[in-house]
Design a protein around this ligand. Structure first.
Ligand SMILES: Cc1cc2nc3c(=O)[nH]c(=O)nc-3n(C[C@H](O)[C@H](O)[C@H](O)COP(=O)(O)OP(=O)(O)OC[C@H]3O[C@@H](n4cnc5c(N)ncnc54)[C@H](O)[C@@H]3O)c2cc1C
Length: 289
């Protein structure tokens, strides 16, 4: 391993300027639970590491008066669990982040790291997509906001430019009767990579589903939004036929790999099963039962 320069700026402008001005390969360091493993295995060899955990905006959680949560990209799962309101509003996002690894990993792992690592099996990403979260990124040309669903591109690749830093996630305010859920299938009980992950967010008003969004992970080269599933759910009373149609939309968009964790057939079938179970959990939460 060659020499590595380590910087831990306290402002975003300094971080962007160091990251975008790096001569060789540079990496952002959040919790380090992917990056350090990749460095140890020789997969990446950064000349510069920019640690962003001393930047207030990237490490804080805020709730606005109108119910929008803004979560810094490097906030860990443990820190988010300690926020008294976030988990009440977005239980699915929180459970997805806190399925990652072990207690030790959850004390470090962040939403920004999970998303920017670009894994099609990243657990929090389907939940972020289902939540219709927006990502704020900053680069040398300023800030922009993008829907999380537009960030994943292919294994290990995102739509962020090489010099852009993920700053925060913004979660929209929703009416009463809204909730989300995330479920994953793994061959073991914990500490494994999702064979399928499914995030569902719903709003139920007067017994009718008026808003829905579904994210599906580990079934394609990138995490997917399943628009067909949402279309099936919206306007329905979440009866059995409707939920079967939504499950079919999930199965239809699967394009998974065949590996030792799960065959193509298995992953495709499980995507429909998880959709049904995640809808049931989100609906129960939305109805407060
Ligand atoms: C034992 C173990 C178990 C694990 N289990 C799971 C699991 O169950 N599910 C799962 O999804 N993952 C799992 N992981 C992977 C990892 O923990 C997660 O992907 C985690 O969310 C990464 O977050 P981090 O903050 O540690 O990211 P880091 O390792 O700091 O960063 C990951 C990548 O994203 C880049 N990056 C980080 N933050 C930013 C930013 N703000 N802007 C731009 N680029 C950025 C980094 O440069 C790096 O390339 C596991 C890892 C380990 C070691």
């Amino acid at each position: 391993m060659s020499d590595i320069q380590y910087l831990a700026p306290t402002t975003l402008d300094e971080a962007v300027s160091a990251y975008s001005g790096a001569k060789g390969s540079a990496h952002i360091l959040a919790g380090g639970t992917d990056l350090l493993v990749q460095m140890r295995s020789g997969m990446v060899n950064p000349g510069l590491i920019v640690d962003i955990k001393k930047i207030e905006e990237i490490t804080s959680v805020k709730e606005t008066e109108d119910g929008v949560f803004v979560v810094g990209a490097s906030v860990s799962g443990m820190e988010l669990a300690n926020n008294s309101n976030f988990g009440k509003t977005w239980p699915g996002v929180l459970e997805a982040l806190n399925l990652i690894g072990s207690t030790q990993i959850q004390g470090r792992a962040s939403l920004g790291g999970n998303l920017c690592n670009g894994s099609p099996a990243g657990d929090s990403v389907p939940a972020l997509i289902a939540a219709e979260a927006l990502l704020t990124v900053q680069g040398p040309n300023g800030r922009r906001e993008i829907p999380v669903k537009e960030v994943p591109v292919s294994p290990g690749k995102t739509s962020l430019a090489d010099n852009e830093i993920a700053v925060s996630f913004s979660f929209p305010s929703r009416p009463a009767g809204s909730a989300d859920a995330y479920l994953r299938m793994i061959p073991r009980t914990e500490m494994d990579i999702a064979v399928v992950g499914c995030g569902v967010s719903l709003t139920i008003e007067e017994n009718t589903c008026t808003r829905a969004c579904v994210g599906l992970g580990a079934v394609a080269p990138k995490v997917l939004e399943v628009e067909g599933a949402a279309e099936a759910l919206i306007g329905s009373q979440l009866d059995e036929d409707t939920i079967e149609n939504a499950a079919e939309a999930c199965r239809a968009c699967c394009n998974p790999i065949d590996d030792k964790r799960g065959t193509i057939y298995y992953r495709t079938k499980v995507s429909g099963v998880l959709l049904k179970r995640a809808v049931a959990i989100a609906a129960k939460r939305a109805k407060g039962v």
